[in-house]
Design a binder for this molecule. Structure first.
Ligand code: ZN
Ligand code: ZN
Length: 435
């Protein structure tokens, strides 16, 4: 049994519960970033935060200044140092940490997402975080996707590298990425250039598909390219009884757009999706509605299919605007690409995980159907000749992801750390005899 993992298990649980209790939404992960950074500093990592970590202009879907300032103030009260807050201000959250063994070897990059969701966590006693006392302390924010676990796994792997540095070669880059939900943060870290000389890239997710603890999928297929659009229609208000003819009806534009968006023809080349998830319009019974707001997303099996959906969606939205003589404003607030895991990695992972006490079963490929912005990072690595994969770590899922009762089995944490560290050991073990 790996002594390192065995000794680490208690700490993994502690970290997971701490991060679970303090969930933060995308681009407001100030305390989360700080806590990760402080641990990594103690393990001799070089830390990059703020605009040193990401290309600020490549972020999309950033909360407004009022929200950002509120959470910056809150983080200050929670003890985040001013020097850190200054660099992260304006929603430049997340961090990159590097470790160079100083010996030639592969450059391995690992990505862990750190954001939570706008969900009010259940306080029912049957929900483990409640019964064990680590429920979210932040109103209407919850780690309901397992990213609290991802942060924890990342820290576990980082500690392994620090403690085993004399047995390792090459370089390691950890990307603790903000704002995965909505596909908003990965492109900004990718554009900063962290991935151009990476030989191996590993990312993963707890859950997604229900598998037992100890089961690991070495690759996934089926993540869809996607585009998230916010739409505003601006019309003209007027009295619905006295002079309706001077009104310009934004509600009608939005509702027409909603119905016709579902009429985009399916595509013979593969899977596509469309959804209008939110529509708000109007202000009262006898007023012609002058404002409407919609949240829309489209997806496609490939970038080409997603572009097809996006272009048709824009055309329909704009047409619905002109149909009712309203002005229409479309903002892209998130996107992901398709991903193709490098198949040759499967046998590496299988080989590395032989004889583990934690990993019972490696599946070559799991089918999924959501979207992941790690796709930007993977495609960047592969474009430059590196290999990349996205793994799944099995856990029982009594409730789906993004549900107020979502939880995972904490036993998955040592399984995931064991997988990453074994793979690293296989890729970057120091063998003086060979060099
Ligand atoms: Zn999620
Ligand atoms: Zn997730």
């Amino acid at each position: 049994m790996s002594k390192f993992i065995h000794n680490l298990t208690h700490e993994l649980t502690h970290w997971r519960r701490m991060f679970h209790a303090y969930p933060e939404l995308g681009f407001t992960e100030y305390l989360t970033t700080y806590r990760i950074g402080k641990l990594l500093e103690g393990w001799d990592y070089s830390i990059f935060i703020g605009e040193d970590a990401l290309d600020s202009d490549a972020r999309v879907g950033i909360p407004n200044t009022e929200i950002l300032t509120h959470f910056e103030q809150k983080a200050k009260e929670q003890g985040v140092e001013d020097s850190w807050l200054r660099k992260m201000a304006g929603g430049n959250t997340g961090l990159v940490a590097t470790f160079d063994t100083g010996r030639p070897g592969k450059h391995i990059a690992l990505r862990f997402d750190i954001d939570a969701l706008p969900i009010k966590e259940s306080t029912q006693p049957s929900h483990t975080p409640t019964s064990k006392g680590f429920n979210s302390i932040n109103p209407k924010v919850m780690h309901a996707c397992g990213h609290d676990g991802h942060i924890t796994i990342g820290l576990g792997v980082a500690k392994y590298i620090y403690e085993h540095q004399n047995q390792l070669v090459g370089k390691f880059t950890f990307l603790f990425q903000p704002a995965e939900e909505g596909g908003r943060g990965a492109l900004a870290m990718t554009k900063k250039g962290w991935l151009v000389d990476v030989d191996r890239f590993y990312a993963g997710h707890i859950g997604i598909e229900e598998m037992s603890v100890g089961t690991v999928a070495a690759t996934v297929k089926g993540f869809l390219a996607s585009t998230k659009l916010n739409v505003r229609f601006h019309g003209n208000a007027s009295h619905a009884g006295m002079n309706p003819e001077t009104g310009k009806n934004a509600l009608l534009s939005a509702s027409s757009a909603s119905i016709h968006l579902y009429g985009i023809p399916r595509h013979s080349k593969g899977t596509t999706r469309v959804n209008v998830g939110k529509l708000e319009a109007g202000s009262g019974r006898n007023i012609i509605p002058d404002e409407a707001y919609m949240e829309v997303e489209v997806r496609g099996e490939t970038k080409e299919l997603n572009n097809y959906m996006t272009e048709h969606a824009k055309r329909i939205i704009n047409s619905a605007g002109s149909m009712h003589d309203t002005n229409c404003e479309i903002t892209i607030v998130g996107s992901t690409e398709e991903m193709d895991c490098s198949p040759s990695i499967i046998s590496n992972i299988k080989h590395a995980c032989e004889n583990s006490d934690y990993i019972k079963n490696i599946i070559s490929e799991a089918s999924v159907s959501g979207s992941e912005d790690a796709s930007y990072m993977m495609n960047e690595v592969q474009k430059h000749g590196g290999k990349a994969t996205y793994m799944l770590f099995g856990t029982k899922l009594d409730y789906p992801h993004h549900h107020p009762f979502f939880d995972f089995q904490e036993e998955v944490l040592p399984v995931a750390v064991d997988t990453f560290t074994r793979v690293i050991e296989q890729e970057n073990a120091y063998n003086p005899g060979e060099r």
